[in-house]
Write a protein that binds this ligand. Structure first.
Ligand code: C2E
Ligand code: MG
Ligand code: MG
Length: 569
C-alpha cells in the first residue's frame, strides 16, 4: 500500500492502481493456496477486484490483471488436483464469517466509491452540457442578430417574415415588407465620425422599433438599410399610415455627441401576396420601390407596382441606349455665356451636355445624368465632355478668344471612380488648351467626402492652373468647413435662391450672405439662373461678380456661341 500511495502522490495513478490490484490478487491467491483453495470464500474477492479494475485501469492493464487472476485460479485448481498444495487447513466458521464480512465491506466500499465517482462525473457532465447549451444559444443569437443595433439580422428577418407569410396565407391576411434606407447616413458618418455614425444607427433602430407594433418585425438588412415586416394586416390601408409614421419619426432631430443632426429616410413597400410570395421576391420589389422613393426626392415612400418594374426596365434600356449614344457620338455640348454683372462683359461659358438622340430628339441632361451616374457611365461621358470642351475652347482661342474660359461639370462619380487627374491632363495635352482657360465645377456633396487622398487630388488639379468652382452652392451641405480646406476659386449660387430673390427677405438674406462669405474668403461669386432685369439689378446691388441665365443667353450650340462672342467682341 505504501509504494502505491507514493506513486499515487506522484501522479502515477494508474501504476498505483495496478500495484494495489495485482497485490490484492496475489494476496488472495496465497490465502486460498494455504487454506481452502478454490472453496475458500476469499475467491469472492476476485469479482470485487475486477469491478475496481474495470473502473480504474485501461483495457490493456485490465486484461493483464484478468489473465493473472485466471492463472491464479488455474494454479489453485491444478494444485488441489495434483496435491501440490499442502496447507490444507480447513477454515472454521469464524474464518468464513470474517472473510465474508471483510470482502463485503471492501465490495461495498468500492461500489460506493464508484457510484460516488459516477455521480460526480454526472454532475460535471450536466454542468458542461448546460454551458454548451448556453454558448450554443449565444452563438445562435449572434448569428441571427446585428451586433450593433441588436435587431434581428437579415437571416432571422427572412425566417420571421416567412413564418408571418405562412400565417397570413392561413388567415387570409396581408404582410407588408418595408425597405427603409437612410437618406443621409454617409453625410453623418463623414462629418461626425464613425462612432457617432454607429450611435446614429442605434437610435434609428430604436425609432423604427417604436414606430411599429410589438408583433411586427424590424431587422437590419445591412449598412444603413433596415427592413420592417408588418404582419397580420387585415387591410392594406394601414401600410400608408405606418410608412408616414416612420417617415415622421425619423424627422425629429437626432442628438449625437451633443450635436443635433437631421435625418430622413426613403421607404419602398412590397405586399404579400400581391407583390410576391417569397421573402426574396418581396425584398427585390421593395428595393425597387425604395429606389423610386429616392428618385421622387427622398423622405417619402412608394409602394411597388408593375409601373415601377417597367420604369426600371425602361431605365435599363436607357442605360444601354446611352452607351450606344457614346459610341455613335450622339452627345453634343451647348455653351451658356457667363457675364460680368457690373460691365456686361462676356467672360466665358459653361459647357452643358445634351443627347442628340435620333429617336427622342434633343434630350436634356436632367433626364439622363442621374442614370449615367448610377450606372457609372458618367465616367466615360464626362471624359468625352471634357475633351470636347477643351478642344472647342482651343479652337476659339485660335480665333482670338484667349481671355474666355470654359467651365465643365464634374460628377462626384468621376471624382471617386474615374482617374480624373489623368483624364484632365490628357485632355489639356491633346488639345493644347491653357489650363487657365479651364474651370471645373464640382458640387458640395463631392467635397464632403473629403478624404486626404481627395484633398490632395484637388490640390494637384488646382496647382496645374485650373480653377475650381462649387456648383449649386447652398443646396448641399451646411457645414462650410470644407471651404477652408479646398482650393476653390468660385461659388456658383444655386438657381433656386436666385429665382426666389425677389419673392422674400429670407432669400435676399441668403444670397447676400453667400456673397459676403465669398468676398471674405476672396472667392469669385456667380449667380446662376438670372431670368429677369430685376434680379440682375438686385444681384448687382449686392456685389455679385458674375451672372449666368436666360436673361443674358440660353445654352446654345457651339456655332451660335461663336457668333455671340464675335458680336460682343
Ligand atoms: P448646372 O451645372 O447647375 O447647369 C445649369 C443649368 O441651369 C443648365 O441646365 C442651364 O440650362 C440651366 N439654366 C441656366 N440659366 C437658367 C435660367 O435662367 N433659368 C433656368 N430655369 N435654368 C437656367 P441643363 O443644361 O439642363 O443642365 C442641368 C444640369 O445637368 C447641370 O446643372 C449639371 O448639373 C448637369 N450637367 C449638364 N452637363 C453636364 C456634364 O457635362 N457633366 C455632368 N456631370 N453634369 C452635367
Ligand atoms: Mg454647372
Ligand atoms: Mg448649377
Amino acid at each position: 500500500m505504501l509504494p502505491a500511495q507514493w506513486l499515487n502522490h506522484r501522479g502515477h495513478h494508474e501504476t498505483a492502481a495496478v500495484l494495489v490490484l495485482s497485490t490484492g490478487t496475489l494476496s488472495l491467491f496465497s490465502i486460498m493456496w494455504f487454506s481452502d483453495g478454490l472453496r475458500d470464500s476469499s475467491l469472492l474477492g476476485y469479482p470485487v477486484i475486477l469491478i475496481g479494475a474495470g473502473q480504474l485501469l485501461r483495457p490493456r492493464h485490465f486484461w493483464m490483471l484478468l489473465t493473472l487472476m485466471l492463472t491464479c485460479v488455474l494454479l489453485l485448481g491444478l494444485g488441489t488436483l495434483n496435491g501440490w498444495r499442502t496447507g490444507l487447513t480447513p477454515g472454521t466458521e469464524l474464518d468464513r464469517l470474517t472473510d465474508s464480512l471483510s470482502i463485503l465491506l471492501v465490495n461495498g466500499f468500492l461500489i460506493w466509491f464508484l457510484t460516488y465517482d459516477m455521480q460526480n462525473a454526472l454532475v460535471r457532465l450536466r454542468a458542461q452540457i448546460a454551458r454548451f447549451h448556453a454558448s450554443e444559444k449565444n452563438l445562435t443569437y449572434l448569428a441571427q442578430h446585428d451586433g450593433l443595433t441588436r435587431l434581428p439580422n437579415r437571416v432571422l428577418g427572412n425566417a420571421l417574415l416567412t413564418d408571418a407569410m405562412r400565417q397570413a396565407a392561413v388567415n387570409g391576411t396581408h404582410v407588408a415588407l418595408l425597405f427603409v434606407d437612410l437618406d443621409n447616413f454617409k453625410d453623418v458618418n463623414d462629418s461626425a465620425g464613425h462612432s457617432a455614425g454607429d450611435d446614429f444607427l442605434i437610435q434609428v433602430a430604436q425609432r423604427l422599433r417604436e414606430s411599429v407594433r410589438q408583433s411586427d418585425v424590424v431587422c437590419r438588412q445591412g449598412g444603413d438599410e433596415f427592413l420592417i415586416g408588418l404582419t397580420e394586416l387585415s387591410s392594406e390601408s394601414d401600410i400608408g399610415l405606418v410608412s408616414e409614421q416612420v417617415l415622421q419619426r425619423m424627422q425629429a432631430p437626432f442628438r449625437l455627441r451633443g450635436q443635433e443632426v437631421l435625418a430622413s429616410c426613403s421607404i419602398g413597400v412590397a405586399i404579400y401576396p400581391a407583390h410576391g410570395t417569397s421573402f426574396d421576391e418581396l425584398l427585390r420589389h421593395a428595393d425597387l420601390a425604395m429606389y423610386q422613393a429616392k428618385e421622387a426626392g427622398r423622405n417619402t415612400y412608394r409602394v411597388f407596382s408593375e409601373d415601377i418594374r417597367s420604369s426600371i426596365t425602361e431605365n435599363l434600356h436607357l442605360i444601354s441606349s446611352l452607351r450606344q449614344a457614346l459610341l455613335q457620338e450622339e452627345f453634343v455640348l451647348h455653351y451658356q455665356p457667363v457675364l460680368d454683372i457690373r460691365t456686361g462683359k462676356l467672360l466665358g461659358a459653361e459647357a452643358l451636355v445634351r443627347w442628340q438622340s435620333p429617336k427622342l430628339g434633343m434630350v436634356a441632361p436632367g433626364l439622363f445624368i442621374a442614370l449615367a451616374e448610377k450606372s457609372g457611365l458618367i465616367v466615360d461621358i464626362g471624359e468625352w465632355v471634357l475633351n470636347e470642351a477643351c478642344r472647342q475652347m482651343q479652337a476659339w482661342r485660335a480665333m482670338g478668344a484667349s481671355t474666355l474660359f470654359v467651365s465643365v461639370n464634374l460628377s462626384p462619380i468621376q471624382m471617386s471612380r474615374g482617374n480624373v487627374e489623368t483624364v484632365i491632363a490628357t485632355a489639356l495635352r491633346t488639345t493644347g488648351l491653357d489650363p487657365a482657360q479651364l474651370e471645373l465645377e464640382v458640387t458640395e456633396s463631392t467635397l464632403v467626402a473629403d478624404t486626404e487622398k481627395f484633398i490632395a487630388t484637388l490640390a494637384r488639379i488646382q496647382a496645374t492652373g485650373i480653377r475650381l468652382a462649387i456648383d449649386d452652392f447652398g443646396t448641399g451641405y451646411s457645414n462650410l468647413s470644407y471651404l477652408q480646406r479646398f482650393p476653390v476659386h468660385k461659388l456658383k449660387i444655386d438657381q433656386s435662391f436666385v429665382r426666389r430673390l425677389l419673392q422674400g427677405e429670407k432669400d435676399v438674406a441668403m444670397v447676400s450672405a453667400i456673397i459676403h462669405l465669398a468676398k471674405s474668403l476672396d472667392l469669385t461669386v456667380t449667380a446662376e439662373g438670372v431670368e429677369n432685369e430685376a434680379t440682375h439689378k438686385a444681384l448687382k446691388g449686392m456685389g455679385c461678380d458674375q451672372g449666368q441665365g436666360y436673361l443674358y443667353a440660353r445654352p446654345m450650340p457651339a456655332s451660335d456661341f461663336e457668333a455671340y462672342w464675335r458680336q460682343r467682341a
